[in-house]
Write a protein that binds this ligand. Structure first.
Ligand SMILES: O=C(O)[C@H]1O[C@H](OP(=O)(O)OP(=O)(O)OC[C@H]2O[C@@H](n3ccc(=O)[nH]c3=O)[C@H](O)[C@@H]2O)[C@H](O)[C@@H](O)[C@H]1O
Length: 436
């Protein structure tokens, strides 16, 4: 045996100090070894306890591995819950569809759900009500949908058992998949939440959709951010999308590739919509137009980004009503999925469309419009576009959506912001809500 494998042997001590092998020294050494063993055992125990406590806290209702807290636990199932799901899914018009809307308590979700319900489709919502932004805004949207007869199931798209249960109760003809971790800049703070919702969550949904019978047709939210560093404008669906500038964009691009796979293998009919900076009443407080409004009213400084050499930063801001029309047209023109029992029976539809406004507006002009509408001067703080995933410019070419969906935006930024500001002032009028 090689010498080094003798654990009990004293190692060679090339250093200055060599201990005498007296029995006193031996006792001292064995006492200190016992001490070390006790210390290491305690440390190991502590570590095990820590891991155990963390795994328990992850299992607690109201917490998930993305670091987001939920305002309530996910309790689903039971006869009254099933009754609510079934009743919400009831179709109110001839040839109406039955749609599962994920992210129904979100900004686009509430508008799309109520538009579908209004025209007589059966709608069931699904949302995890996480606290990425003020959950009370999501609850207010939920209350509005409830009044319209749309029930929002509380749960996560990663919960396949819940998704299967929903399809067991209702044979959804369509899924409008809007649940996602949104926001370009937040991806640097909490990257795993993007992977959890936009990749794992999407796969979980597609896994269920591919295996149910009949398979639904799926329309889902991609993003203008997939164009990333593409500098050819306006952005066309034919342009390259392999240079994402943020992890958010990368997960949306991944979604498009995942959609291709499920279409190819399982015959799922899939339509991805590249939304361009959607704004409007009931919007998202993490978006610039929303928190600019709040901060102008508070007299706080407004950070306005500009490119290198004072280059303009601009967005193709698109009003929510135009986006909703695009969503409904996509659902209406969706062909049926072709698979059954998890097996593809023939080629299925696979589409991607830009839904933009075709008229980019510099961020400085957005602030000027808000100043006029709010009748308050903004405290502008011009700063160079930080390296945070933002791109300098977006501009949609919508000719494909126009040709195939009849999509044609009708709301300019001035008109759309007027509607937003009037909603904002009414919603936050009580002064109790902060708009954060
Ligand atoms: O089209 C999309 O796919 C995305 O649209 C939206 O992203 P963006 O277009 O980046 O919107 P938003 O954050 O409102 O910034 C607007 C402008 O203000 C500038 N901006 C922003 C913050 C700031 O402090 N200062 C500033 O000038 C900023 O540089 C930008 O020019 C959605 O959030 C995203 O989820 C996704 O859906």
């Amino acid at each position: 045996m090689p010498k080094s494998s003798h654990f009990n042997e004293s190692p060679p001590t090339p250093g200055k100090f060599k201990m005498e092998k007296s029995s006193y020294a031996h006792r001292l050494r064995s006492r200190s070894s016992i001490g070390k063993i006790v210390l290491w055992s305690l440390l190991a125990l502590g570590l095990i306890l820590l891991v155990f406590m963390r795994s328990q806290s992850l299992r607690q209702p109201g917490f998930n591995p993305t670091g987001h807290y939920f305002s309530s636990s996910y309790k689903w199932g039971g006869s009254s819950w099933e009754k609510q799901v079934r009743s919400s899914a009831k179709v109110g018009s001839r040839n109406g569809m039955t749609v599962l809307v994920t992210g129904a308590a979100g900004f686009v979700g509430i508008h799309a759900s109520s538009a579908l319900k209004r025209r007589g489709d059966g709608v069931v919502g699904l949302d995890n009500f996480n606290n990425y932004y003020d959950p009370s805004l999501k609850r207010a949207r939920q209350a509005l949908l409830e009044k319209a007869g749309v029930f929002i199931v509380e749960g996560d798209i990663n919960d396949e058992a819940l998704l299967r249960k929903l399809f067991e109760l209702v044979p959804f003809t369509h899924v409008m998949h809007l649940a996602a971790q949104a926001g370009v800049r937040y991806a640097m703070e909490n990257p795993s939440s993007y992977v959890h919702s936009n990749i794992a969550g999407f796969v979980s949904l597609l896994e269920v959709c591919k295996s149910v019978n009949p398979q639904p047709s799926i329309v889902w939210a991609s993003s203008s951010s997939v164009y990333g560093l593409n500098s050819k404008v306006p952005f066309s669906e034919k342009d390259r999308t392999d240079q994402p500038a943020s992890l958010y964009a990368a997960t949306k691009k991944a979604g498009e590739e995942i959609a291709h796979t499920y279409n190819h293998i399982y015959g799922l009919s899939l339509t991805g919509l590249r939304f361009f900076t959607v704004y409007g009443p009931w919007g998202r407080p993490d978006m610039a137009y929303f928190f600019f409004t709040r901060d102008i009213l508070k007299g706080k400084a407004i950070p306005i980004f500009e490119g290198a050499n004072h280059g303009t930063v601009a967005r193709d801001f698109t009003f929510i009503d135009d986006i909703v029309r695009g969503c409904l047209a996509s659902l209406d023109t969706s062909e049926k999925s072709t698979g059954s029992g998890g097996k593809k029976k023939g080629p299925a539809q696979l589409r991607v469309y830009n839904l933009g406004n075709t008229s980019p507006v510099p961020v400085g002009d957005l602030v000027s419009i808000l100043e006029r509408l709010l009748k308050v001067k903004a405290n502008r703080k011009i700063m160079t576009l930080p390296r945070n995933g933002d791109v300098q410019f977006t501009h949609a070419n919508i000719s494909l959506a126009h040709k195939e969906l009849g999509y044609m935006p009708t709301t300019d930024l001035q008109t759309g912001l007027k509607k937003f500001v009037s909603w904002y002032l009414r919603f936050y009028a009580s002064g109790k809500k902060s708009g954060s």
